[in-house]
Unconditional design. Structure first.
Lengths: 513, 298
C-alpha cells in the first residue's frame, strides 16, 4: 500500500512539473545539432511517400517534389511568378492557334541521350494519349497537333486559341522525359530526365535518394546527395530538424510555427502562395444551391477571425482567384458576401434553415480540421445545425467527388498560377462529375471562363477572369477561407533555397554558408 | 408446517445477515486508506458532474477565437483555453459527465448481458456449452479491436461507444457469474428449494444471484475504470465523441498538436482520466479485500 501512495505521488508531481515547465524547456533546448561541418547528405522530411517518379503518371506534391529535381519543363515561373523559358530557348505565336517553340541545344538526359524536339513530341504525345490515362492530360487538352520542324524546333497547333498555354507548359506534370529510357524501363520507379539531380534509389515508404548531376548544363549542384525521407508526423519532422537529422522541411502548420521560430539553428522563409482553401455547398441539391441558403452561410462565417488564428500563415481575401494567381484584381478582395451574423440569423429564421442538420464534410489533414470546427461553431451561432464528418484524405476525395455531402471544404494548389486553370477545372459545368466537386453550374460564369481560355491576349484574359471571379462571388459559389502562405524551414548552415508561390521549391542552387 | 416455520426462520435470519454484510463490508473498506482516497475522488467526480452548471462560468462548446491558447491561471479561465478559445475547466467538468454516464451505461448493459448469460450458463448444463463458446469467441478479440469493429458497423458516436464497451464487458462478467452460480448450485439449501417446488427463475434470482453480488460489485467497479479509459481511447482515435463534444480523450487528441506551446491542453484531461481510472481501480481493489470470502449469505 505504501508503494501505491509513493507511485501516485511521483506520477502527479512529475505531471505537474512538466505542465509548468513545458514551453520554456522546449525553447531553451533549441540550438542542438546542425552546425559546423556540412554533411554530404542533405535530407528533406516529407509527410508522405511519392506515388511515383514519372511526371506523366503522377499528380501530387509528394511525387512532384522529387520529379522537379530530376526532370525539367519547357518553361517555368520564376520567383516573381513570371514565366521564363527553361528548356525552351524562345517561342513565337505566328497565329493564335500556333506555337513555335525553339529549344536549347546541347542538353543531354541522364542516360546520355540528346534532349531534342523528338523528346518533346514523345513526352507530350504520351501525356495526352487517352491510352496513357495521365491524371493531368487536361494540361494539353486544347492541343491539336505536335510537329517536329527540326531537331530543336517544335510546332504545336491548338484547336482553339489557348491563353494559359505557357502556364500549362510550366506545370511540373508537363516535364520532358527521355524517350529511350521510357521505352526501356518504368519511369515511375527509375526516372530519367535532364534535371540537376540524377536518380539513385527509392525504398518505398522510407526514402528516395538522388545525387548531383555532374553534367548539368547550369553547373553541377553543390549538394552531393539528396534524401527525401518519409516522416509521417510533422512534430517528429520538426524534432529531427532541430536535432540536425533533417536539414529542410516545408508546410509548417500554424500551431507549430512558434516552435520552429524558436529554433536557433533554422531559418524560416514565408511567401504569399497560390494554394487556396474554400467552403462550398453541394450545388446539385436545389435546397443548397438556393441563393438565400448560400447567402446565409456566407454571412455567418467570420473569415477575419479565422485568418487571424493562422498566425500569419494565411492571407485574407474574398477573391476566388488568389492574390498570387493571374486573373486577380485587388477589387475582388472584398467582393464576396461580408460577415454579418445578424443577417445570417434573419435568413436562417425566415427560411427555416435550422430545421434540418447539415453534414459538413472535411478531411483529417492540416487545417481542414481547424476550418471545420471553427465554421461549425460559427454556423451554429447563426442557427444552423451542423455535424462534422471527418475522413482520411483519399476517402475524403472519393466522397467529395461522389457528391456525398451537404457542405464541404476543398483546396486547390494552383501550380500553374493561372486563374483559368483554377476556375475551369473546379467550377466550370463541363467538369461536373470530374474535377468540379462543388457541382457549380452557372452559364454566365461558364461563358466568361471559356472566353478567358480561348484568347491569347493576356490583358483581355485578365478582364474575363476578373469578371468571372465577381460573378461567382455575387452568387456565393464558394466561400474562400484563406489563401495560403507557403513556408520553408532550412538549416542555418545552408543558403540558396528557392521557394515558389505555388509551394514548390528548388534545391539545385543550395550551397553551404 | 415445521418446514414452513424453518423456512420463515431462515428468511428472517437471512435479512438480518444481509444488513450486517453491507455494514461490515463498508467498515472494512474504509479501514483501507487508499480506498478512502479513491472514494473521495469518485464522490468529487460525481459532484462535479452533477453540479456542472453551478461550478463553470463558460459554455464548454462556445468558441472565442480571440482568446485562444491562454495558459493556466489566466483571468477568467483558471485552466486556460484551447486553440478555439474554449474554457478548459468547463470542458473538463462537462467531460466528467460524459465519462461517468457512458461508463455507467456501458457497465450496466454489460452486467445485464453478462449476468443473464452467466446465470443461464451456470444453471443449465445444456446451455452452458453454447454460452461459453460464445463467451470464448468474444474473449478472443482484443478489447479495443472488438470495440472498433462494432463502431465500424454501427457508426461513430458516444452511444455506440457505450454499446461497444458493454458487448466487450459481457464475457468477463458472464464467466464470473457462472463461476459463482456453479459453486452455489450444489449447496443443500438450493436442493431443498428445488424440492419445495421453487421455480428455476425464483431460485436463480432470489437465492443464487445475491450470493454472486460480491464478485459482481467488484467487477462492476473495476469495469467502470476500464470503460472510462476505453471511452477516452476511442474518442481519442476519433471513433467516439464527435466535435465539439468536450470528452476527455477527444480533448487530448486535439491538444497534442499544441504540446510545445500549450501543454496544459493534453496534461489536464490526461490527469483527469488518470485520477478517475485510478480511483475506480483502487475502490474495486478495496472492495475485493473487504468482502469476506468466508461469509455465506443463505
Amino acid at each position: 500500500m505504501k508503494k501505491n501512495w509513493l507511485l501516485l505521488f511521483t506520477i502527479i508531481t512529475a505531471l505537474l512539473l512538466s505542465a509548468c515547465g513545458g514551453s520554456n524547456k522546449a525553447n531553451n533546448e533549441a540550438s542542438g545539432g546542425g552546425k559546423a561541418k556540412i554533411p554530404d547528405t542533405f535530407t528533406y522530411a516529407s509527410l508522405t511517400d511519392p506515388v511515383g517518379l514519372s511526371p506523366i503518371m503522377t499528380n501530387d506534391s509528394a511525387s512532384s517534389n522529387v520529379t522537379q529535381h530530376v526532370y525539367e519543363t519547357l518553361f517555368k515561373r520564376d520567383e516573381k511568378n513570371e514565366i521564363q523559358p527553361l528548356l525552351a530557348e524562345s517561342y513565337e505565336n505566328p497565329d493564335p492557334n500556333t506555337w513555335i517553340i525553339k529549344l536549347k541545344k546541347g542538353i543531354k538526359f541522364h542516360d546520355g541521350t540528346d534532349f531534342n524536339a523528338e523528346a518533346v513530341k514523345y513526352t507530350f504525345d504520351k501525356l495526352r494519349d487517352p491510352k496513357t490515362a495521365a491524371p493531368r492530360a487536361s494540361l494539353l487538352a486544347s492541343v491539336d497537333t505536335i510537329k517536329v520542324v527540326d531537331d530543336y524546333t517544335v510546332e504545336i497547333k491548338t484547336k482553339n486559341p489557348y491563353g494559359p498555354f505557357l502556364a500549362a507548359l510550366s506545370h511540373s506534370n508537363a516535364a520532358i522525359v527521355s524517350p529511350t529510357a521510357d521505352k526501356k524501363q518504368d519511369l515511375m520507379k527509375q526516372p530519367v530526365g535532364t534535371g540537376p539531380f540524377k536518380f539513385v534509389s527509392w525504398t518505398p515508404g522510407d526514402q528516395v535518394v538522388l545525387e548531383a548531376n555532374p553534367d548539368y548544363r547550369d553547373g553541377a549542384p553543390a549538394l552531393k546527395k539528396l534524401v527525401f525521407k518519409v516522416v509521417p508526423e510533422i512534430s517528429t519532422a520538426i524534432s529531427m530538424l532541430q536535432a540536425g537529422e533533417v536539414q529542410f522541411i516545408d508546410r509548417i502548420p500554424s500551431e507549430q510555427l512558434s516552435r520552429v521560430e524558436g529554433m536557433k539553428n533554422v531559418t524560416i522563409e514565408k511567401k504569399q502562395g497560390t494554394p487556396e482553401y474554400y467552403l462550398t455547398v453541394n450545388h446539385s441539391k436545389p435546397e443548397f444551391a438556393n441563393p438565400e441558403f448560400k447567402k446565409a452561410i456566407a454571412s455567418a462565417i467570420d473569415r477575419d477571425a479565422f485568418v487571424a488564428k493562422l498566425k500569419g500563415l494565411g492571407v485574407r481575401s474574398d477573391s476566388i482567384i488568389g492574390p498570387q494567381v493571374f486573373g486577380y484584381k485587388e477589387s475582388a478582395d472584398k467582393a464576396g458576401t461580408p460577415f454579418d451574423l445578424k443577417k445570417a440569423k434573419e435568413l436562417v429564421k425566415k427560411n427555416g434553415f435550422d430545421k434540418r442538420p447539415l453534414k459538413l464534410l472535411t478531411s483529417n489533414k492540416g487545417n481542414y480540421v481547424l476550418m471545420a470546427e471553427v465554421v461549425q461553431a460559427q454556423l451554429e451561432e447563426a442557427g444552423f445545425k451542423v455535424e462534422i464528418e471527418t475522413m482520411e484524405w483519399a476517402a475524403f476525395l472519393d466522397t467529395a467527388r461522389a457528391g456525398k455531402f451537404d457542405l464541404t471544404f476543398l483546396s486547390w494548389s494552383n501550380v500553374t498560377g493561372d486563374g483559368s486553370e483554377m476556375l475551369y477545372p473546379n467550377f466550370h459545368s463541363a467538369n461536373i462529375g470530374n474535377s468540379n466537386f462543388a457541382q457549380y453550374n452557372n452559364p454566365a460564369f461558364d461563358k466568361l471562363v471559356d472566353e478567358s481560355r480561348t484568347t491569347t491576349d493576356q490583358a483581355k484574359r485578365l478582364d474575363y477572369l476578373n469578371q468571372a471571379n465577381e460573378v461567382m462571388l455575387k452568387d456565393d459559389g464558394a466561400i474562400i477561407m484563406y489563401h495560403d502562405v507557403v513556408t520553408a524551414a532550412l538549416n542555418n548552415s545552408y543558403k540558396g533555397l528557392k521557394l515558389y508561390a505555388n509551394g514548390t521549391w528548388d534545391l539545385s542552387k543550395v550551397t553551404g554558408k | 408446517m415445521a418446514e414452513v416455520v424453518t423456512a420463515l426462520g431462515t428468511n428472517i435470519k437471512q435479512v438480518k445477515k444481509k444488513e450486517n454484510t453491507f455494514l461490515v463490508t463498508f467498515k472494512r473498506l474504509i479501514r483501507n486508506k487508499l480506498a478512502v482516497l479513491g472514494l473521495i475522488i469518485i464522490v468529487l467526480q460525481i459532484g462535479m458532474a452533477l453540479f456542472a452548471p453551478l461550478i463553470t462560468f463558460h459554455d464548454p462548446v462556445k468558441q472565442n477565437l480571440n482568446s485562444s491558447e491562454l495558459p493556466v491561471l489566466s483571468a477568467g479561465h483558471w485552466l486556460g483555453t484551447d486553440n478555439y478559445g474554449r474554457d478548459v475547466w468547463s470542458r473538463l467538468v462537462y467531460g466528467s459527465r460524459i465519462s461517468l454516464v457512458v461508463g455507467f451505461v456501458a457497465v450496466t448493459l454489460g452486467l445485464i448481458g453478462g449476468v443473464t448469460l452467466g446465470l443461464l450458463g451456470g444453471y443449465y448444463k445444456k446451455l452452458d456449452g453454447v454460452i461459453m463458446r460464445i463467451v470464448d469467441l468474444l474473449f478472443s478479440f482484443p478489447g479495443i479491436l472488438l470495440a472498433m469493429l462494432i463502431i465500424a458497423i454501427l457508426g461513430t458516436s458516444l452511444v455506440n461507444v457505450a454499446i461497444a464497451i458493454s458487448i466487450w464487458s459481457i464475457p468477463s462478467c458472464a464467466r464470473i457469474v457462472r463461476g459463482s452460480v456453479l459453486s452455489i448450485k450444489e449447496k443443500e439449501y438450493i436442493m431443498a428449494m428445488k424440492s419445495l417446488g421453487a421455480s428455476d427463475f425464483r431460485i436463480m434470482v432470489k437465492h443464487i444471484l445475491p450470493n454472486a453480488f460480491a464478485p459482481i460489485i467488484v467487477f462492476a467497479t473495476m469495469r467502470m475504470a476500464t470503460a472510462i479509459l476505453s471511452t477516452a481511447s476511442l474518442s481519442y482515435l476519433g471513433l467516439g465523441a464527435q466535435p465539439p463534444t468536450p470528452e476527455w480523450g477527444a480533448m487530448i487528441s486535439q491538444g497534442q498538436a499544441f504540446m510545445w506551446s500549450s501543454p496544459h491542453l493534453t496534461i489536464v484531461p490526461g490527469i483527469a482520466i488518470m485520477l478517475t481510472v485510478f480511483a475506480f481501480n483502487i475502490v474495486g481493489d478495496g472492495l475485493r479485500d473487504a468482502i469476506d470470502p468466508n461469509m455465506n449469505v443463505q
